[in-house]
Ligand binder design. Structure first.
Ligand code: HEC
Length: 158
C-alpha cells in the first residue's frame, strides 16, 4: 500500500504540473461551475478523469479502481459528497484543509455540468492530450525528499 501511494504521489506530481499554470487562479467572483472546474483540473481529474468516469491517468496506480462519479452528483448526494471531498475516503486524500465547503460544492457543481449533453457529441477523444504520458511518468524518479499530493488549490474564500 505504501508503495502504491508513493507511485500515485509521483504520478500526481508529474501530471500536476500540467495545471500549475492555473494555480493561483482566484475562484472569487467566478461562476461556481467555472471555479469548480479550476479545482477539478488542479486536484481531481488526475484520478477521476476529465469526464469524472474514474479513468484519470493516476487511477491505474491505485489498488482499487476509482469510481465513476459522473451522473452521481445530485441534490441528494451533494452533502455526502462534500463531506467525502473534505474528509477523504480510501485512497482519496481529504481536501478539508484547502477546500472550503463552498469550494467542495463548486467542484461538485462542475462535475454535475459534465452530465449535461456536451456540444461535441460522439467525439470520443481517443488520443487525449495526455495519451502516452503515463508510461513516461512511471519511470520517473522521485524528487528527493518531500513528495506531495497534487497541487492544492489556493485557499478558497467562503
Ligand atoms: C488519489 C486519487 C484521487 C484524487 C486526487 C481524488 N479522488 Fe475522489 N476518489 C478517489 C477514490 C479511490 C475514491 C473511492 C474511495 C472509496 O470509496 O474507497 C474516490 C471517491 C470520491 C467521491 C465519492 C464517490 C462515491 O460514490 O461515494 C467523490 C465525490 C470524489 N471522490 C470527488 C473528488 C474530488 C472533487 C476530488 C478533487 C478535490 C477528488 N475526488 C480527488 C480517488 C481520488
Amino acid at each position: 500500500m505504501t508503495f502504491v501511494r508513493f507511485v500515485v504521489a509521483i504520478l500526481l506530481l508529474c501530471f500536476g504540473f500540467v495545471s500549475i499554470s492555473t494555480a493561483g487562479v482566484p475562484t472569487r467572483n467566478k461562476p461556481d461551475a467555472e471555479a469548480g472546474k479550476d479545482i477539478w483540473m488542479q486536484s481531481c481529474w488526475q484520478c477521476h478523469g476529465r469526464g469524472a468516469k474514474g479513468d484519470g491517468p493516476a487511477a491505474s496506480a491505485l489498488a482499487k479502481p476509482v469510481p465513476s462519479i459522473k451522473g452521481l452528483v445530485t441534490s441528494e448526494t451533494m452533502p455526502e459528497f462534500i463531506a467525502t471531498v473534505r474528509e477523504g475516503r480510501g485512497a482519496m486524500p481529504g481536501y478539508g484543509d484547502v477546500l472550503t465547503k463552498r469550494d467542495a460544492k463548486r467542484v461538485l457543481i462542475y462535475v454535475q455540468t459534465l452530465d449535461k449533453p456536451q456540444k461535441k457529441k460522439g467525439g470520443k477523444n481517443k488520443a487525449g492530450p495526455n495519451k502516452g504520458r503515463k508510461s513516461k511518468a512511471k519511470g520517473k524518479k522521485a524528487p528527493k525528499g518531500k513528495v506531495d499530493l497534487p497541487p492544492r488549490p489556493p485557499k478558497g474564500e467562503e
